[in-house]
Design a protein around this ligand. Sequence first.
Ligand code: BDR
Ligand code: CA
Length: 325
Amino acid sequence: MTAIPVIIDTDTAQDDCVTILLGLLDPAADLLAITMVAGNVGFEQQVANAHLTLNVAGRLGTVPVHLGCRRPLMRDWESAEDVHGDGSGGLSMDRDGVTESGEHGVDALLRLTAERPGEVSIVAIGPLTNIAMAVVKDPAFAARVKSLYVMGGSNNGRGNITAAAEFNFYVDPEAAQVVMDAGFADLRIVTWDPLTLRDATIDRARYNELCELGTPLAGFFARMCEATIDYDESVGINGSTHPDSLTLAILLHPELVQASARYRVDVETRSELTRGLSVMAWEKFGLTPNATVVEAVDAPAFYRVLAGLLATATTPDRPVTGLAG
Ligand code: BDR
Ligand code: CA
């Protein structure tokens, strides 16, 4: 098997951390870089969460962490700290000597795709600010990307930060629209509703099974997902939500996808009421499609991907304060 060269563009908290673990440890992935974008929690906390994740995987310092855009293109940053807490369950480590790349995340996206045109895929699991900046900075960027997998929006369904909008598209709707218009040859979208809510939400019983696998990764998973599952259940969602790791999982294991369709996707930027709403127009409307929207995945198989990942024995490079065992 040839591993897939991939960059993860992330607002690292909770399921973003799971996604990085998958990128590090799944043999199907060749993780080239992590690029950071403003989103879920404070920027410095996101950076800390990324290093912590590398550490628990026993891979500290092996994949560059590039700092990208610290705010959306045109709007103030808004967080999801009410959903994720600090995104890693209060765990911490000594970061002495641990550094980020000096290269900006947007420049890393441009360089890595220029070094291997047509080969590198990007999995974008935060607001799309970095990806949009790369599009604006270099008009040839989109054509160099093999596949862009985006977690964002809902398929004409419910939002999560407002009734209309999913968080990643809501935080930077202008960036999301730039990306929709950029002409990526293979743009895939993993939505919040209905896909994630139906196929990537792990109920409490199975969540507990994952937490009790007895590895450092399972202990880490239990801590970093605790705030989110509590929040999710408090708003009527039946379990722990994993949209970001599903997005990478379907790049690595395309057989997980059971249904998808071409759509013309646009993102609302003008209305305050429906800011960030993703309008997904299907065939009937005669518009030229710009994205493939994933509509159904093999949920039990996705759970097995997560269980296999979290059962992997790793040795953290440094002690993790707060992690049992
Ligand atoms: C998305 O928003 C974030 O809170 C999650 O990390 C995910 O990328 C879900 O709406
Ligand atoms: Ca995310």
